[in-house]
Structures are given as structure tokens and as C-alpha cells.
Design a protein around this ligand. Sequence first.
Ligand SMILES: NC(=O)C1=CN([C@@H]2O[C@H](COP(=O)(O)OP(=O)(O)OC[C@H]3O[C@@H](n4cnc5c(N)ncnc54)[C@H](OP(=O)(O)O)[C@@H]3O)[C@@H](O)[C@H]2O)C=CC1
Ligand SMILES: CC(=O)N[C@@H](CCC(=O)OP(=O)(O)O)C(=O)O
Length: 369
Amino acid sequence: MTWTAAVAGATGYAGGEVLRLLAAHPEIEIGAVTANSSAGARLGQIHPHLPELAMREVEPTEAGRLAEHDIVILALPHGASGRVTAAIEDAARSSGRSPILLDCGADHRLTSAAAWEHYYGGPFAEPWAYGMPELLHAGETSPTAQRAALSAATRIAVPGCNVTAVTLAAQPGAAAGLIDTSSLTAVLAVGYSGAGKSLKPHLTAAEALGSAQAYAVGGTHRHIPEIVQNLQVAGLPAGTTRLSFTPVLVPMSRGILATVIAPLTALALGADDPQARLRETWIDAYGSGGDGEALIDVLPEGAWPTTGSVLGSGLAHVQVAVDAAAGVATMMCAIDNLGKGTASAAIQSLNLALGLPETTGVIMSGVAP
Ligand SMILES: NC(=O)C1=CN([C@@H]2O[C@H](COP(=O)(O)OP(=O)(O)OC[C@H]3O[C@@H](n4cnc5c(N)ncnc54)[C@H](OP(=O)(O)O)[C@@H]3O)[C@@H](O)[C@H]2O)C=CC1
Ligand SMILES: CC(=O)N[C@@H](CCC(=O)OP(=O)(O)O)C(=O)O
């Protein structure tokens, strides 16, 4: 069976990566590609790396048109997608259709209206099934429940890219009670494409090349509540997770390298060999060397994740080490922000919702060097 998929925000970075994966997806046909200021342009003017779609005309983003498809993937600025998803639902109801909707923006991710108000503002949209199949739930040593939720979903909120990197780095330890999640520190090296394609002074080559710049420092980044939400799903009482989060832009187009530090708990410190205990826990969650999760790999001991190894792919590379002198765990994850951080997570979750093999159309190897 072939499904049709429309992509809204098709001229942006996230929309472009979604289109790159959909173009190679054997079961999906690309329908309308829509945007805002670039409506009327040919896609080839905007995404020359997608020659198979070059002659497609970019349409305005209209709910009725989007609702004609089996699947609608939105890659719009937050706030805009909440409005558009509500309008698509209205249009679909009145035409008797029921498309599967995926939102790559933040609008349907948070379960707390107060957190939305604090970090984003504007109307709170209902939370949708969270598009991270590997999210650990309470009591799980390897992910199952989130896959079941996504298999039954018709509305999917694709996670934030920084959120994905931090969650995948730390959640095995949180779920197993091996790290103290009341004292998490995350510092991330992030690539520029995470900021989208619109021009901002600090994103120009003059400011960015040869320079590293921190932003959203001091507990202000809007991904904090989403990470906390994820790590609470992994079995912690609400209100106990505390995260210091600092992203640093570094001169690369794509990629996130998250380093997360947390004190070891008495459970971890009391293990005969804390390093072996942590490693075993992370490998139980994800697998290593090709066993276990198809897209997440715990690297061999002593090897550290690099953004270069996952570039252009849906992969996440993870590592954990005990820093015995400091009494902490150092947890790392590298992803491509547009791969596992957005488009691959969207396609992976969509495949589950369609009953297809989860990695259909997902790119499983990186580009090196
Ligand atoms: N970049 C990344 O790494 C990631 C992005 N995301 C999320 O994906 C979404 C898109 O991000 P990104 O691709 O980076 O952003 P871009 O700025 O690159 O693209 C935004 C897209 O949305 C369209 N658009 C803007 N405003 C409207 C509107 N009011 N109505 C309809 N279309 C509109 C733009 O159209 P036009 O060009 O015609 O103006 C463009 O196609 C955001 O919510 C972002 O947070 C999530 C994870 C990672
Ligand atoms: C470099 C940069 O600015 N990156 C963005 C992350 C993009 C993303 O994941 O955005 P959403 O959560 O809105 O989908 C940021 O840190 O806010």
C-alpha cells in the first residue's frame, strides 16, 4: 500500500530533511509541499540537493489542501503549527478524512500547560504521542511502551533535537536509579542548522566561523521542560528532576554532541564495579555493536561519540563513563539534529503508526570523513 504525505514548512531545514527521507521511502508518495513566503517558488530553487522534487511548486499552507493527504508532516515555527494542526483537524472532519499528523515543532510535545506558558507562551495545544520510540518508561530496562503508544497513534509530536541528544544520553541511568537526576548538567555543542534558515546576525558567517557561542544560558532554554518531562517518564517523581542546560553553537552546519554529567547514586557507587554496572545498563537499553536498537549504539568502551560519524543519518551514538574521583557519570550522545533530531525520528515514528518496519526509509549509516 502507498500513502500520500504532504509536508508543510517544506522550504525550511527540517522540512527539507523530511522530504529527503520521504523521497526515498518505498511506501510513501510526496503530495503537496507548502510554506509561507516562498509559496509559488519551485522546490529546486530552495533545495537543489533534491533534484527529484526540483519542479514541484511550493504551495501556500492551507489546511484544506493538507487534509487531502493520508499523512501531513508539519515543520513550522512553534505557535504556527498549533494553529495549522487545529485547522487541519477541522478541515479533515468536514471532509470525512482522517490524516495522520506529525508536528516537528514544539506545540504538541509538552504535557504541562504551565511549562508551555513559561517557556513558549501563546495558546497551549494538546499533547500528542511523543515521537521517540526509544523513550524509556518507568520500570523498563529497554524501550517497549513508547513503541506501543506510537503504533496506535494518529497524532505524533516529534521531539526537539537537543532534547533527543540529552534524553538518549541520560535516560538509562535515570530509569535504573544509577544517576541523581536532581543535579543534571548538560552542555551541548550544536550546529547552526538547528536555528533554522532565517537570517539572524549571530548566525552570519562573520560571527559564526571560527567562533563558539553559548546561548540561552542560565535555565532559559525552551528544551529544558521537555527533557525533564522525558526523564520523569523514566520513573522519577514529578518535580524532582533538575537540569542545568547550556547549548554552545560551534562552527558546523549539522550535529549535536551532548555531554551530560550527574552524581552517581548510592546504588551505583555500591556496585562491585560501577563502570561495568553503568555500561551494562546502557547496553541493556540500547545494545552495542549492532545488537539491540537499530539507530542507537553504545560505542565500545573508551570510544567517544562524534557528530561526524552520525552526519546525514538517523543514528545516535552514546557513551557512558564513571568519573570515580568526581563521583559522577559522564554521559554523551551525538546525533545529527536534522536526522535523529528531527526527520528520522518523524519517519521512524510514522512507520510505527503505519505498521511498517520502523527503519523503512531511515538512513542507517553516516558520511565520513
Ligand atoms: N532545524 C532543526 O534542527 C530542527 C527544527 N525543529 C523544528 O522544526 C520546525 C521548523 O524548523 P526549521 O526547519 O529549522 O525552520 P526554518 O526557518 O528553516 O523553516 C521554517 C519553515 O516554516 C515555514 N513557515 C514559517 N512561518 C510559517 C507560517 N506562518 N505558515 C506556514 N509556513 C510557515 C517557512 O516557509 P517560508 O520559507 O516560505 O517562509 C519554512 O518552510 C520548528 O518548529 C523547529 O523548532 C525541530 C528539531 C530540529
Ligand atoms: C542552534 C539552535 O538554535 N537550535 C535550536 C534547536 C532546534 C529545535 O530542536 O527546535 P524545536 O524544539 O523548536 O523543535 C535551539 O537550541 O533552540
